[in-house]
Design a protein around this ligand. Structure first.
Ligand code: ADP
Ligand code: ZN
Ligand code: ZN
Length: 723
C-alpha cells in the first residue's frame, strides 16, 4: 500500500497497491493507470493505511526506478511549493521532473552515455602512433584530460573520431567507460586576484554560517561572477554541490565557459537547447550526487542534490524566474526556502535587484553586499535623454539620436539600439479612417512583420498576409504605426549603409545556434550595430560597445501594471551597463516624450538605487508588494459572462475586512485572448498570513461553484504580471 502523487489537476494523493517484489520506496517513480490513462506518479509514502476500502484499491503497473529519484528534502520542498502556490501536489512534482522522466510511454530512457579514457599515460605509445596522427591527437587529448571524456564531447572536438577511437581501443591504449550522461568535466583554472571591493564582499559572504541569504548588488562589470566562482570554490572544496541559476538568455556560452574553465569537476547544464534525454541525464546525475555543479534555468531549482552546499541566482530580478502558467512558482522564492531548509547560503546577484529583494535586504532578512565599482576600473556610462516631443521619427529613430550614433561608428566602435518590441511595427492602421488591423481572436492589434507584408498576433500566434485595403472604409492607404526591431534595423541600414548590422530578437533567433553565432560576431567586433530586444540587455560583454540608444522608455512609465516602472528602470540600467565595459567610455541615450517624469528623473540623477528608493516609497504608500501581498484568481471561457459570475461567487467566499480586500472581478487588461474571454479577481492582504487561509478555502470550494465547469481558472500567488 503506497500513497502516490499523480499528475492530475486534483488536490491530494492517491493510494495504490504494489506487487510484493516491486522496489517501492518514497521518491520512486511508478507507472500506473488513473482511470484508463497511463501516468507516471511518484511515491510519497509507503505502508500507509488506505484512505479507501482495500477492495477498491488498484495496483500500480510497475516501479520505474530501482532507487528513489527524489530524496526526502526534495519532496519536502515540493510539498511546500504545492501548498504555497496552491497547486495540486501531483502536478507540482511533475513540473519538477524533466519531461523525459515524466512520460509514461518512454519512462525508462537510458541516461548513461559512453565515454573514453586513457589506460596508460606512458610516452611509448607516441611512437606506436607515429603514423596515425589522428589517433595520436585524440590520445593526447585523453591523456591531458586525465579522466573519462564523453563520446559526444570528443566528436564535437574531433568530428571523425569514431574510427580512431576504436583503433585506439584495439591497441589497448584506451577503454570505453560508462559516464553519468550529460555531464562534462571542467578544467582547473586560476582565480583572479580580487579587487579590494571584491575581497571585502567575499569576506562578508563567508562570514555568514548556515542559512544565509545574501543580495549581491553590483553594477554591471563589478565582478559579481568572479565572486560567485570563489564562493563555489569554497563549497566544492568542502565536497558540496553547487546550484547556479541564470535566466535563459543569461545562460550564455560565456558564462558556461567561465565555469568550465575554473573547476575540474563534473558539470551539468540544464538548458532548453538540450534534448529531453540529455536533461533527464543531467538531472539524474545531480540527484545521484554525481554532478558537482548544476547550471540551469528556473526549473533547475527543483533538481535533487544530496550534497547541495550553495545556491546562486544570477540576475535575480529577471522575470523569467517566475513561471507564467501551470505551477506559477518563483524560482527565487523557492530557492530561498530550499536554502533555509538545507541550512545553506543562497546568493542573489543583480545590478538592478527586484524591489522585493531590496526590501528584504533593508529589513536585514538578507545580507546586503555591494560592489560599487567596475572590476576593470572602467567608468560607468552617463545616461541622458533626447526629448522627442514633436520630432519626426524615422523607423523609431530621432534625428538627434542618429547624429549621436554616427561618431561612434566612424571611430570604429559598436553601437547598440534597444527596443523591446519585435516585428516591423506594432500596428497596421488606415490613414483615412483610423481602423487598426485587429486579431480576430484577441483584443489586440496584429503586429506587422516583414516590411508590413505579413501580420502576426503576438498573443495567440495567428498569422496571415496584410490586407490590401482597409476593412472598414476600403481605403488602400494603410500605414505601419510605430516601430519594432525589423523597422529600426531597416532605418539604420539606410542611414549607415556600410556598417554591418545584426538584429537580436526571437524571430531572428528562431534557428538553432544563430544567437551564439551572432553573439560571437558581436563580441569579435565583426558587427558594429546591434539592434535588439531584452535579449541584448543581459550578460553579454562587448568590448567595443561605446554607445547605447533606448527607443521606448515611455511604455514603461504609463502602464496598467504597477511593476512597469521597475522593469523600465532595470532594462535601462542593464542596457546602459553594456556600454563602455573596457577602456572605452560609454554613453547612453534615452528617447522619451516624458523627460520630466519623476521616477525617470530619479533614475537619471541618482541611478538605480535612487530610483528604487522612490519606487519603494510609492509602493509603501499604495500598500503594493513588497508592502502588501497579492494573489490573483484568473478565469477564462468561450463566453463573456461565466468568468465574471464565477469570480463574483469566488469573491463572496472571501471574508473581507480592513486587512483583506477583493479588487474585482474586472476584465483582464486583454479581455479576450485566443478567442477566450478573460477576467480576474485580485486579493490584497496586509499580511501574508491572511492570504493563505483564503486560498486554501478557494482550492477546496472553487471546483464546486456553479460555473466552475464552464471556466478555466487558476490561482497565481505573488503574481508578477497582472496582464
Ligand atoms: P559582473 O558579473 O558583475 O558583470 P564579471 O565578474 O563578469 O562582472 O566581471 C566583469 C569583467 O571584469 C570581466 O571581464 C572579468 O574578467 C573582470 N574581472 C572581474 N573581477 C576581476 C578582478 N578581480 N581582476 C581583474 N579583472 C576582473
Ligand atoms: Zn479606413
Ligand atoms: Zn491573437
Amino acid at each position: 500500500m503506497v500513497r502516490i502523487a499523480v499528475p492530475v489537476p486534483l488536490p491530494g494523493l492517491f493510494d495504490y497497491l504494489v506487487p510484493g517484489d516491486a522496489p517501492a520506496a518514497v521518491g520512486v517513480r511508478v507507472l500506473l493507470r488513473f482511470g484508463r490513462r497511463p501516468l507516471v506518479g511518484v511515491i510519497t509514502a509507503c505502508d500507509v493505511s488506505p484512505a479507501i476500502e482495500r477492495s477498491r484499491l488498484r495496483p500500480i503497473e510497475r516501479c520505474l526506478d530501482e532507487s528513489p529519484l527524489f530524496d526526502e528534502p526534495s519532496l519536502r520542498l515540493l510539498r511546500w511549493t504545492a501548498r504555497y502556490y496552491h497547486h495540486p501536489i501531483g502536478e507540482t512534482i511533475a513540473t519538477a521532473l524533466p519531461a523525459a522522466l515524466r512520460r509514461a510511454d518512454k519512462a525508462n530512457i537510458d541516461t548513461r552515455h559512453r565515454g573514453w579514457q586513457a589506460i596508460t599515460t606512458a610516452d611509448a605509445p607516441a611512437t606506436d602512433l607515429a603514423r596515425a596522427p589522428r589517433q595520436r591527437e585524440i590520445y593526447a587529448a585523453l591523456v591531458e584530460a586525465g579522466q573519462a571524456v564523453a563520446h559526444g564531447t570528443l566528436l564535437a572536438r574531433f568530428p571523425t573520431a569514431t574510427r580512431p577511437l576504436t583503433a585506439l581501443a584495439e591497441r589497448g591504449l584506451i577503454e570505453a567507460v560508462d559516464l553519468p550522461g550529460g555531464l562534462e568535466y571542467g578544467q582547473a583554472g586560476t582565480p583572479l586576484t580580487l579587487t579590494d571591493d571584491q575581497s571585502r564582499a567575499l569576506a562578508e559572504l563567508r562570514a555568514a554560517k548556515g542559512f544565509a541569504p545574501a543580495l549581491v548588488e553590483g553594477v554591471t562589470g563589478s565582478g559579481k561572477t568572479e565572486l560567485y566562482l570563489q564562493r563555489m570554490a569554497d563549497a566544492l572544496d568542502a565536497g558540496q554541490q553547487c546550484l547556479f541559476l541564470a535566466p535563459e538568455i543569461g545562460l550564455t556560452p560565456q558564462l558556461i565557459a567561465r565555469i568550465r574553465a575554473r573547476f575540474a569537476v563534473a558539470i551539468g547544464v540544464l538548458h532548453s537547447a538540450r534534448s529531453d534525454g540529455e536533461r533527464a541525464a543531467v538531472w539524474r546525475a545531480a540527484a545521484q550526487g554525481e554532478a558537482d555543479i548544476v547550471i540551469g534555468t528556473r526549473s533547475a531549482i527543483f533538481t535533487p542534490m544530496p550534497r547541495l552546499g550553495l545556491i546562486i541566482i544570477d540576475e535575480e530580478h529577471d522575470g523569467s524566474y517566475k513561471q507564467g502558467d501551470g505551477l506559477r512558482y518563483h524560482a527565487r522564492d523557492v530557492a530561498t526556502k530550499r536554502a533555509h531548509d538545507a541550512g545553506i547560503p543562497v546568493i542573489l546577484g543583480s545590478a538592478t535587484p527586484a524591489l522585493e529583494t531590496l526590501h528584504n535586504a533593508r529589513q536585514a532578512r538578507f545580507a546586503h553586499v555591494r560592489l560599487a565599482r567596475r572590476a576593470t576600473g572602467a567608468a560607468l556610462p552617463r545616461i541622458k535623454v533626447i526629448d522627442i516631443r514633436s520630432r519626426p521619427l524615422d523607423g523609431g529613430l530621432s534625428q538627434p539620436l542618429i547624429e549621436r550614433i554616427r561618431p561612434h561608428l566612424e571611430a570604429g566602435n559598436q553601437v547598440m539600439i534597444f527596443i523591446n518590441r519585435r516585428g516591423f511595427s506594432p500596428a497596421l492602421a488606415c490613414h483615412d479612417c483610423g481602423w487598426i488591423a485587429p486579431c480576430e481572436r484577441c483584443d489586440a492589434p496584429m503586429t506587422a512583420h516583414a516590411g508590413a507584408t505579413r501580420l502576426i498576433c503576438h498573443h495567440c500566434g495567428a498569422a496571415h498576409g496584410a490586407p490590401a485595403a482597409c476593412e472598414a472604409c476600403g481605403s488602400q492607404t494603410l500605414v505601419a504605426l510605430g516601430a519594432g526591431t525589423q523597422r529600426v534595423a531597416g532605418a539604420l541600414r539606410s542611414h549607415f549603409p556600410d556598417v554591418a548590422i545584426a538584429r537580436f530578437d526571437r524571430d531572428a533567433m528562431a534557428r538553432k545556434g544563430r544567437l551564439e553565432a551572432q553573439l560571437a560576431d558581436a563580441a569579435a567586433g565583426t558587427t558594429q550595430l546591434l539592434v535588439g530586444t531584452q535579449m541584448l540587455a543581459k550578460g553579454h560583454d562587448f568590448a567595443r560597445l561605446t554607445c547605447v540608444g533606448v527607443l521606448d522608455v515611455d511604455g514603461g512609465l504609463f502602464s496598467a501594471d504597477f511593476r512597469a516602472t521597475e522593469h523600465m528602470a532595470q532594462i535601462v540600467t542593464q542596457v546602459a551597463g553594456r556600454a563602455g565595459r573596457a577602456e572605452r567610455p560609454g554613453e547612453v541615450w534615452l528617447q522619451t516624450r516624458n523627460p520630466e517624469h519623476p521616477l525617470l528623473q530619479r533614475l537619471l540623477t541618482q541611478g538605480y538605487d535612487g530610483f528604487a528608493e522612490a519606487a519603494l516609497a510609492e509602493r509603501e504608500s499604495t500598500a503594493l508588494p513588497p508592502y502588501g501581498h497579492l494573489a490573483l484568481l484568473r478565469a477564462e471561457a468561450l463566453d463573456n459572462e461565466p468568468p465574471h459570475e464565477f469570480l463574483a461567487a469566488a469573491a463572496r467566499l472571501v471574508p473581507q475586512g480592513e486587512a483583506l480586500a477583493c479588487w474585482g472581478p474586472v476584465p483582464a487588461p486583454m479581455a479576450r485572448r485566443a478567442g477566450r474571454f478573460r477576467a480576474q479577481l485580485l486579493i490584497h492582504a496586509a499580511r501574508r498570513a491572511l492570504l493563505h487561509p483564503v486560498l486554501d478555502h478557494w482550492q477546496q470550494a472553487l471546483p464546486e461553484l456553479p460555473n466552475a465547469r464552464l471556466v478555466r481558472w487558476s490561482i497565481d500567488v505573488d503574481p508578477q504580471d497582472l496582464l
